[in-house]
Design a protein around this ligand. Structure first.
Ligand code: GLN
Length: 293
């Protein structure tokens, strides 16, 4: 691979460095905007400060790690979030690492939908497969009167989630275990069960972008039964955790709406379940109030 340093020449003004790095990424079929995010990160400045510094020289101590990061991203597709160690979600920067799924914009819509649906009062919320903890932490901060629990099978992911909760001062009860199992063991009864579980069929793994398939953990991406296995296992145990007339919210793959809805209706025949689209018009959430079980 070409070295960015060779193409950079003597350019040191921020806007020239940025232009060269963006072109370099484009030439390697990577998103040019990544240059901006990385340069801002290594400079350690806010977005507005960054734009005010366009004519200033980039210090040598920043040039070196910046160029290395750009080259690494161009060559391997390593996500920016794994280089910087954080990812934005709902206005906060969450710590991420190789054991956690990088937060997705679609999951912010899941949060918005829950907030619209749930009156802010003393509810019990259970987030299943919490990963970085984005859902549990964001809801705990938005609904301070709620009791929020979150499970994950991965101890490593839970360590990240705990770190995020304590950094943002969110009170969340983290439990290690498979889906709803740790909630059942502790007799937790929830008004709201939310989950963005793994939902990609392993056979579809090859079609994923290298930035995803080589860096997001398999445990967070893939589920058996054509990607529906996690929903099946959660729905199967829901009657033990969800209160009567409690509400469930699942994030889903764009082609899984009908399947997940009918799985819910099979177990909870008298329920009011709907499929909700995301900002791109794709099916993204299945949820509703579940009754009489
Ligand atoms: N709940 C976390 C998120 O929404 C993790 C999801 C996952 O790992 N599948 O990002």
């Amino acid at each position: 691979m070409n070295k960015l340093v060779n193409e950079m020449g003597n350019e040191r003004k921020l806007h020239d460095v940025l232009r060269r790095a963006s072109l370099f990424l484009e030439k390697h079929n990577r998103e040019p905007k990544v240059a901006e995010l990385l340069l801002q990160h290594f400079l350690g400045v806010s977005r507005s400060e960054f734009f005010m510094k366009m004519r200033d020289p980039v210090p040598e101590a920043v040039m070196i790690p910046f160029q290395q990061a750009i080259e690494r991203h161009a060559e391997t597709g390593v996500p920016v979030e794994h280089i910087t160690g954080y990812a934005p979600f709902y206005g906060r920067d969450f710590h991420v690492n190789a054991y956690t799924l990088i937060p997705r914009a679609e999951t912010e819509e899941l949060i918005q939908h829950i907030m619209r649906t749930v009156p802010n009062k003393r509810v019990v919320i259970a987030d299943i497969g919490t990963g970085t903890g984005i859902i549990a932490v964001t809801l705990a901060l938005a609904c301070p009167e709620a009791s929020v629990y979150a499970s994950d099978i991965s101890e490593e992911a839970l360590a990240v989630a705990r770190q995020n909760a304590s950094y943002f001062g969110a009170s969340v009860g983290f439990l290690q275990g498979d889906y709803l199992k740790p909630m059942i063991e502790r007799g937790i009864q929830a008004d709201i069960v939310v989950s963005n579980p793994p939902y990609i069929a392993p056979e579809e793994g090859m079609a994923l972008a290298d930035t995803v398939k080589n860096f997001d953990p398999d445990l967070a991406l893939f589920a058996d039964e054509q990607g529906l296995g996690a929903y099946n296992r959660i729905i199967d145990k829901l009657p033990h955790v969800l209160k009567q007339n409690g509400t469930v919210f699942f994030e889903i793959g764009h082609d899984q709406g009908a399947a997940v809805k009918s799985m819910l209706q099979r177990t909870f025949p008298e329920s009011d379940v709907s499929i909700i689209q995301d900002m791109n018009g794709k099916d993204r959430i299945v949820g509703g109030k579940l009754s009489k079980f």
